[in-house]
Design a protein around this ligand. Sequence first.
Ligand code: SF4
Length: 250
Amino acid sequence: MTTQVQGPPPNEIASIQSTAEGWSPQRTLAWAFETFGNRVAISSAFGAEGMVVIDIASRLRANFRLFTIDTEFLFPETYNLMDRIEGKYGIAIEKVYSVLSPEEQERTHGNALWSRDPDLCCNLRKVEPLRRTLGELDAWITSIRRDQTSVRSGAQRVEWDAKFGLIKINPIVDWTAKQVWSYIHDNDVPYNELHNQDYPSIGCTHCTRAVRPGEDARAGRWPGFAKTECGLHLIEPAPAARAASASQAE
Ligand code: SF4
């Protein structure tokens, strides 16, 4: 299937990537807004990193698109944070839902699907709604950082997202957790109250627990399963971009 996107085609992404690696988050977001206009949106689950990206974006534009995948299994503290974001930044968060309500999912797939097949549950409640939303965009902005998981370690600041067929922009891809929290405290950025209760990474209520001393920051996600990603951030460079990247590296 050919995807027509506004902005640079996939085979030009490699050259943009090398330039973009030197950009600040502010420069990256400004480029994204100038290049893609209303066809780019920030995707966020409102973790600490997401709050940094939202705050930086708010200093560049009064209005920008911000959406979230609402699995309908989020913590009350997360819904409370969404209200605070809308109030502070004067924007309306676009909330995207699964085609199945939690009750319909239970009727179709049985009780507590997340405890038996979290990949299917994430596909139904996160990946499919994301794919539907990204189908209306030319680029999306995330707040992933390379040192969060091994899957994310290869992320570029600007890259072709072969999985969803559009450009993916990661303004703080090279930041550390310390930089994220320094920004939050220095700029009085709102954040999820659960971060103060040993929840460094926050997802659905069914699949998130507080971490214990010495555990990895994402150890509280999908406890009991060898799963660290919900399937939104797998790195799959387009063949053309991969070839160009390889020739540049030689
Ligand atoms: S994080 Fe858990 S409850 Fe949420 S969509 Fe994935 S498996 Fe389902």
